[in-house]
Ligand binder design. Structure first.
Ligand SMILES: [Zn+2]
Length: 71
């Protein structure tokens, strides 16, 4: 059985622009327009990760540890 799914003829227009400078992204540097912008974003991200306040979330794990198996 072959599923004949109607393929939409509407071309997918990527409206996403380079988050750094707003230029159309390049295929080799998506979603950035160039490697330079990618680097800039990476640098920003790393910088921010240092400054971003880490919220300590206590993960309550209600997992009981099973006793040691005796063989
Ligand atoms: Zn750019």
């Amino acid at each position: 059985m072959m599923s004949d799914e109607p393929i939409p003829l509407k071309p997918r227009k990527a409206r996403a622009a380079c988050p750094i400078c707003g230029r159309p992204p390049a295929p080799e540097a998506k979603p950035f327009c160039s490697r330079r912008c990618a680097d800039v974003d990476l640098g920003r991200w790393l910088n921010e990760s240092y400054r971003v306040p880490v919220t300590e979330e206590t993960d309550e794990d209600g997992e009981a540890v099973p006793g040691t198996e005796r063989g």
